[in-house]
Design a protein around this ligand. Structure first.
Ligand code: FEO
Length: 404
C-alpha cells in the first residue's frame, strides 16, 4: 500500500513454497479485538506443475500480494487458487485474482463455496472439496482437512505432503506484523503474548473443537515439518511450540488466579475491588485487578486463559451497570471462557440494580456464584470492606482447591 507495486518480495519457505502475503502494520482493531502490533495476511504460492495460490489477502492489499507473486513467478501462471476460509481478510482479494489472473480452478470447502457466493459475485464456478479430498498439482499433491468453526463453519486446512507443510489458515496464527516471517526469528515472549491474545479473543469459544482437530490431525498420521498459518509467523523450526500451547489453552485448566474486573464512578467500587484482591492474595491465590478505565475487553479476554474465578463490579447508573462493564460482559459471554467461580459487587446510591444484572450474565456464562453480590450504598465502610476481603478469601479457597 502506498508503494510501487513491483517493490515487494516473496519469502522462500521451501524450494516449492513461498510466502506472498501482506503486512498490515496499521491494524489495531479486528471486530472488537484490540491489538498493538498489527497483523499479516498470509497467502502462499506453491510452485508445482500446477502453480497454486493458497488463500489471498484483505482486498486493499491485492497489489502487494501480486508484486510478491511476481517476484518469483509470472502471476498469469497461477492455475489453481485454494480458499481455505471465506472471511474477507483472506478472501477479499479473490475477486481481483479471478478477474485478472483467470485461474483454471478455484477451490473451497463445500460450505466455503456457498459462503464465497454470499460474499462476492465471482461470476465463475468454485470447486467444492470434501474433508479428506486430494488434488494433484502434477508433481505435488494437496489434501484438504475440514476444520469447522476454526474459525468459521466453512474453514479448512490444506496439507502439502511432499513438503510436509500444513497451511492451517486461522489456526496457529496470531495478529503480529513483523518484518520477520519465521517464528524462530521473533522473541518468545512476543509469540507467547500475541499467540495467547489471539487464541483468547478469536478461538476461545471453539476450544473443544481445537482439541478435536489436534486429535484428528494426530490420527491422520501426517508428518508436519512446517505450519504456515494465515496470520503472523510461520512455524518451521519447532511447530510443536504452538501446537502444545494450543493444546494447553484449549484444555484451559483453571489455576489459582482470580480476575477482578470493575469500573467505578467515585472510587467506591474501586475500593471494593482492592479489598477483594487483598483477600485473594492474603489467602495465597493470585489476584489480577483490571480497572476498565485502563483495561480493554481484549485484555480481560486474554486473562480468562487459566482463570479460576471472575469477579465483576459496577456501580449503578440509571438503573444499570456502567457501559464499560456491559461491554466487557457482552464480549466475554460470546467468548464463553470456562471460568468455574465468580461473584458480583458494586456500590450504589438509591436503586442498586447493577450487581444483580452482572450475576445474571455470569450465570449465563456458567460461572458458579460463590455468594450473593456484595453491595454498598454510597461509600464502603469498614464492614463492607471486610465483606469484600472475606469474599476474596472465599474465592482463594475455591481456586486453590482448599474448599469443597
Ligand atoms: Fe483470519 Fe477468520 O479470518
Amino acid at each position: 500500500m502506498g508503494r510501487m507495486s513491483d517493490s515487494f518480495s516473496a519469502a522462500r519457505i521451501t524450494d516449492r513454497v513461498y510466502w506472498v502475503g501482506a503486512i498490515d502494520w496499521e491494524l489495531r482493531d479486528f471486530h472488537g479485538y484490540s491489538m498493538q502490533r498489527g497483523s499479516t495476511y498470509n497467502a502462499y504460492l506453491v510452485l508445482a506443475d500446477k502453480v497454486t495460490l493458497i488463500d489471498t489477502v484483505k482486498a486493499p492489499f491485492f497489489d502487494q500480494m501480486l508484486s510478491r507473486i511476481a517476484s518469483v513467478v509470472d502471476p498469469s501462471r497461477i492455475a489453481y487458487v485454494v480458499a481455505n476460509h471465506a472471511e474477507m481478510d483472506h478472501s477479499g482479494a479473490l475477486p481481483r485474482v479471478i478477474e485478472s489472473l483467470k485461474p483454471e480452478k478455484v477451490i473451497a470447502s463445500n460450505a466455503g463455496v456457498k459462503t464465497l457466493a454470499g460474499h462476492f459475485r465471482l461470476g465463475r464456478e468454485v470447486t467444492g472439496v470434501k474433508d479428506g479430498a486430494s488434488l494433484s498439482l502434477g508433481n505435488a499433491t494437496l489434501s484438504f482437512v475440514a476444520a469447522p468453526m476454526l474459525h468459521w463453519p466453512e474453514s479448512m486446512l490444506t496439507y502439502l505432503a511432499e513438503d510436509r507443510l500444513l497451511f492451517s489458515n486461522d489456526a496457529f496464527g496470531m495478529h503480529l506484523a513483523s518484518s520477520q516471517r519465521f517464528a524462530e526469528e521473533i522473541p518468545e515472549w512476543i509469540l507467547d503474548y500475541e499467540g495467547s491474545r489471539y487464541f483468547a479473543n478469536i478461538l476461545l469459544p471453539y476450544s473443544a473443537l481445537i482439541t478435536k482437530l489436534l486429535d484428528k490431525v494426530g490420527k491422520l498420521g501426517i508428518a508436519i515439518d512446517t505450519i504456515a498459518p494465515s496470520h503472523g509467523p510461520i512455524w518451521r523450526k519447532d511447530p510443536s511450540w504452538i501446537v502444545n500451547r494450543y493444546a494447553r489453552w484449549a484444555a484451559g485448566p483453571p489455576r489459582d488466579k482470580a480476575v477482578i474486573v470493575y469500573d467505578t464512578m467515585w472510587h467506591s467500587t474501586e475500593l471494593m475491588a482492592r479489598a477483594i484482591a487483598d483477600g485473594v492474595a492474603a489467602a495465597g491465590a493470585t489476584a489480577v485487578v483490571m480497572p476498565l478505565k485502563g483495561s480493554h475487553r481484549s485484555d480481560v479476554a486474554q486473562e480468562m486463559l487459566g482463570a479460576g474465578a471472575l469477579l465483576v463490579g459496577s456501580p449503578t447508573l440509571n438503573n444499570g451497570m456502567l457501559p464499560a462493564v456491559a461491554d466487557v460482559l457482552t464480549y466475554l459471554k460470546g467468548l464463553k471462557p470456562r471460568v468455574p467461580f465468580g461473584a458480583a459487587f458494586g456500590s450504589y446510591g438509591w436503586s442498586g440494580e447493577a450487581p444483580a444484572q452482572i450475576e445474571e450474565v455470569l450465570d449465563t456464562m456458567g460461572v458458579q456464584l460463590l455468594r450473593e453480590a456484595v453491595k454498598v450504598r454510597y461509600v464502603p465502610d469498614e464492614e463492607t470492606l471486610s465483606q469484600c476481603f472475606a469474599l476474596g478469601g472465599l474465592v482463594a479457597a475455591r481456586v486453590t482447591g482448599q474448599a469443597g
